[in-house]
Design a protein around this ligand. Structure first.
Ligand SMILES: [Zn+2]
Length: 103
């Protein structure tokens, strides 16, 4: 058993006055860390829509160019995703090479 006042003891079922705040703090920090690893999806949705409109490249091909699952790109373009992982955002940036006039 982990000592009291740790999130691992909490996950082992303890809800004492030491473990509850420890776990709450852990969750809070985890959420903050996660929000730093994600970005607003809006601008990337705009990039994808603009590529699709300008190039008429099918969504599946845009996804392949980015190296992303087609489902992810579809959800993003449908506006179903509010935030995306930073690494997904970087890959969407790669898709701009489909645009005419890019090097
Ligand atoms: Zn405890």
């Amino acid at each position: 058993m982990s000592p009291h006042g740790t999130t691992s003891r909490y996950t082992q079922g303890c809800r004492c006055d030491l473990c509850r705040p420890a776990h709450a703090k852990y969750v809070r920090e985890w959420k903050r860390g996660r929000s730093m690893l994600t970005v607003e999806a809006g601008p990337y949705r705009a990039i994808l829509l603009s590529i699709a409109r300008q190039t008429r490249v099918p969504m599946s091909e845009i996804a392949a160019t980015c190296g992303l699952p087609a489902g992810t790109v579809r959800e993003l373009m449908n506006g179903k995703r509010r935030r995306i992982w930073m690494r997904t955002a970087v890959r969407i940036g790669d898709a701009t090479k489909l645009l005419p006039g890019s090097p």
